[in-house]
Design a protein around this ligand. Structure first.
Ligand code: 26M
Length: 822
């Protein structure tokens, strides 16, 4: 009998309490009256996971039985956020757990706060991966997420005198109740060494990689439960360990130092998440991480997930490896090595299969964000893989020269190998050559990929290129984060929207219903009070409970233009101070910022310091009577997002057009009834198209206008000189008004804006301030604003990651849902 102790059906308060106390006593070894908050949280988490176990086991059993096509989502990042709430929702246990804990005198909400979120990602790309696996489970699609179990996730941000300080994220300090380690299934991965020619017994010659060191990958499995289905997929994150046997051998040869070194080498690999999300640093350890998790994942799928006797020629029927950006692209030569070197396949057979199993998602348009690996580094770490890449390139260039005879310039541009400034592998080219599909993450982004960044490839293989607009999971970002609005929506249209977000369109007529608008407003107001409470408790920040909440939350990067929003705030402050703007006419507003800067990105850190400096000055200025507040809570993360987004009125999506691939925060805000002020960039384009011009504040240059201005020569100095408000705002910063009279402190930020202003913040300033004036006027008409807010919700169903997954299935994977019976 394979039935776990708690069957899925057995949902009663009594059985839940029994399980919970068992976990407390036998799992934690404590009595209820002596249990710490962590004990209770752990016992609760383990109780909840029991209820999901039947579905997980069933899913695994069926995977063997059905041999259905599986999506393997390969991603260096999964930014999961807290697990308890999601698992309570999918197991349908929230009500029962609350009542059970109530009876025991425990508050469920207190225990929720104990969980430290797994922050195993930087931002958009990592969070997208988490939304996608949630949606695939909900849609009953077989999927395995493969990634890295970083011991330290994205750093914990603190502010010291307004400057960012990074602290280690010790998310595992108290252990995680959600992971299932399987050291007995460890996979071995090689690094370094050399390649030899060998001839085996049958006289067949092959290349044999002899690594200098080996590392074990220990899989940690996590449940990925679907909502409203009993499917529970798996997220498998790899943790690096030194192999005992290897060390023993070295020890016996007297190499104590060597053995310890290898131990350190091995365990460093999954130690820490790299916090850069836009300019890859080309660090050796990063490449080790990439190869480590990819090699573990491929070996795992070929040897453990597929049946022993599986004919790998049929691999394309069983799997698509979806490459989340170029970070896992080393999987391409790794699969070739598995087939050619380890299984003796011909190059042609192996390449034929390889080209049918990989698909590549690109997440950027910034040239400096495209990963390249110097061949010196790659060849030292993965000598055989470099050979394979060279061979792939050789054959590819041959094909190119056939197609474009005499066009050596084109051949050089398209080559997988760059020659300058150093010889290096262009990972995006490798992914595009090997992948059977390449997709961008929003309509505009995919267009620009096709017509600009990868235009040569799109010309050669037009059918390879496609778009899948990103989405977000409505479970976490609506149902869980905004329970009150969810209740109202469900009362109006039933609860079908949670699994089919297009049903939100049925709310449209209610935008005209005054009573519905009032209730919708009341909920937003209550969410603001709750957000204010959280800010007070979490950060000691005091904000008005009823001011407009104007939020810009995303990684700090020049292209996203946090400086543009800051210039608007400074300009308001300056105009109020000068008497140009009467204080009574200004709507009370809280400007919320949340942003981490990559530790090595000096200018980004200076921008953070400037935002904090402006914030302190404004917040301390009694003459403003509290009408303007700047709230910049440190360490913005998924947990805080779930509190902020439901409270927001205005969503700032103000990147320079043509730079933000998609954005996904924009979708979360719209779905929670915030209006967007934004440029015609990324998924903003699609949001505006769907919600309507009247319900969106568009400003700034369009992408073609940006390109024109770039071509004709852009002078930020000239813009500064010609706009008195802009000049006054910048001069106020330069005067030392926000730095106790120090005129040098914020100089680098000002110099970057007046010097090059690479992302044309000054060029869009006037248009932005005008749009903010429209915001201000519209907000005063609260009935009109509420109508627009409701229409944003009603018309944003498209941005469910469930829809994204259906698009991936149709356009790329050819995978299908596999329903299982309860
Ligand atoms: C690469 C190499 C070495 C170290 C780190 C990296 C790296 C890590 C994360 C590079 C980029 C990373 O993330 C980029 C990212 O988050 N892109 C965003 O992806 C979102 C989902 O598609 C989009 O919505 C955003 O527009 C895009 O900026």
């Amino acid at each position: 009998d394979m039935t776990p102790p708690v069957a899925a059906r057995e949902h009663t308060v009594e059985s839940f309490t029994r399980e919970f106390l068992r976990e407390l006593n036998f799992g934690r070894g404590v009595d209820l009256d002596r249990a710490s908050a962590n004990d209770k949280y752990m016992a609760l988490a383990r109780t909840v996971r029991h209820y999901l176990m039947t579905g997980w086991l069933e899913t695994l059993r069926n995977q063997y039985r059905d041999q259905a096509k599986v999506v393997a989502y390969l991603s260096a990042e999964f930014l999961l956020g807290r697990q308890l709430d999601n698992n309570l929702l999918t197991s349908n246990l929230e009500g029962i757990a609350r009542e059970s804990l109530d009876q025991l005198g425990i508050s469920l909400d207190d225990l929720r706060e104990v969980e430290i979120e797994p922050g195993l990602g930087n931002g958009g790309l990592g969070r997208l991966a988490a939304c996608f696996i949630d949606s695939l489970a909900t849609l009953d699609v077989p999927c395995i997420g493969y990634g890295i179990r970083y011991e330290y996730g994205i750093f914990k941000q603190a502010f010291v005198d307004g400057h960012q300080v990074e602290k280690p994220d010790t998310w595992l300090a108290l252990g995680s109740p959600w992971e299932f380690p399987h050291p007995e299934n460890a996979v071995t991965v090689g690094f370094g060494g050399h390649v030899e020619d060998v001839t085996d017994e049958d006289g067949v010659k092959r290349r044999d990689w002899v690594p200098a060191s080996v590392v074990n990958g220990v899989p940690y499995n996590y449940m990925v439960p679907g909502y409203g289905t009993n499917r529970v997929n798996t997220l498998r994150l790899w943790s690096a360990r030194a192999p005992k046997a290897f060390n023993l051998q070295v020890f016996n040869e007297g190499g104590y130092e060597e053995a310890v070194k290898n131990q350190t080498f091995a365990e460093n690999i999954s130690k820490v998440l790299y916090p850069e999300d836009s300019t890859p640093q080309g660090k050796e350890l990063r490449l080790q991480q990439q190869y480590f998790f990819v090699a573990c994942s491929i070996a795992d799928f070929l040897c453990n997930v597929l049946p022993q006797d599986f004919d790998l020629h049929r691999l394309p029927d069983r799997i698509t490896w979806q490459l989340n950006d170029t970070h896992p692209v080393i999987a391409v030569p790794e699969l070739m090595r598995q087939l050619v070197d380890l299984r003796g396949w011909t190059w042609e057979d192996a390449w034929g299969v390889t080209q049918k199993v990989f698909a590549y998602t690109c997440h950027t348009l910034l040239p400096e964000a495209l990963e390249v690996w110097p061949v010196d580094l790659l060849g030292k770490l993965l000598p055989r893989h470099l050979e394979i890449i060279y061979r792939i390139n050789e054959l590819f260039l041959e094909e190119l020269r056939d197609t474009y005879p005499g066009d050596e310039l084109k051949v050089r541009h398209m080559s997988i190998i760059a020659e300058h400034p150093v010889r290096a592998v262009r990972m995006a080219h490798l992914a595009t050559v090997a992948g059977f599909k390449v997709n961008g993450v929003a309509a505009l982004h995919s267009e620009l990929l096709r017509d600009k960044v990868l235009s040569d490839f799109a010309q050669l293989w037009p059918e390879k290129f496609t778009n899948v607009t990103n989405g977000v999971t409505p479970r976490r970002f609506v149902r869980i984060a905004n329970p009150s609005m969810s209740g109202l929506v469900t009362e109006a249209i039933g609860d079908g929207w949670i699994k089919d977000l297009s049903q939100l369109s049925r709310l449209e007529p209610l935008a005209e219903d005054a009573e519905f608008r009032r209730r919708f407003r009341d909920i937003k107001a209550a969410n603001k009070v709750e957000f204010a409470r959280v800010l007070k408790e979490r950060d000691g920040i005091e904000i008005a409970g009823d001011a407009m909440v104007d939020a810009m939350v995303k990684r700090l990067h020049e292209y996203k233009r946090q400086t543009l929003k800051l210039l608007h705030i400074v300009s308001l402050y300056q105009r109020i101070g000068s008497g140009a703007l009467p204080l009574e006419s200004v709507t009370p507003r809280t400007f919320v910022f949340g942003a981490k800067a990559a530790p090595g990105y000096a200018l980004a850190k200076q921008i953070i310091a400037l935002i904090n400096a402006v914030g302190s000055t404004i917040n301390a200025d009694a003459s403003l009577e509290g009408r303007l507040k700047v709230a910049f809570p440190a360490n913005y993360n998924v947990t805080l997002a779930e509190k902020l987004i439901p409270a927001a009125d205005l969503s700032e999506q103000i990147s320079l057009a043509g730079k933000e691939a998609s954005g996904t925060g924009n979708m979360k805000f719209a779905l929670n009834g915030a209006l967007t002020i934004g440029t015609d960039d990324g998924a903003n384009v699609e949001i505006r198209e769907l919600v309507g011009d009247e319900n969106f504040f568009l400003f700034g240059m369009s992408e073609p206008e940006v390109a024109d201005l770039e071509a004709s020569g852009y002078s930020p100095e000239a813009v500064y000189a010609s706009d008195p408000d802009l000049k006054a705002a910048i001069d106020l910063i330069s005067s030392g008004a926000f730095s106790g009279g120090d005129r040098t402190l914020h100089e680098p930020v000002i110099a970057a804006l007046l010097g090059e202003d690479r992302f044309m913040a000054l060029a869009d300033f006037r248009s932005y301030v005008d749009a903010q004036d429209r915001v201000e006027a519209y907000y005063g008409d609260f009935e009109a604003w509420s109508r627009s807010a409701i229409l944003n919700v009603a018309r944003s169903g498209f941005f469910s990651s469930d829809r994204s997954m259906v698009d991936y299935m149709d356009r790329i994977w050819g995978a299908k849902p596999v329903k299982q019976n309860f």
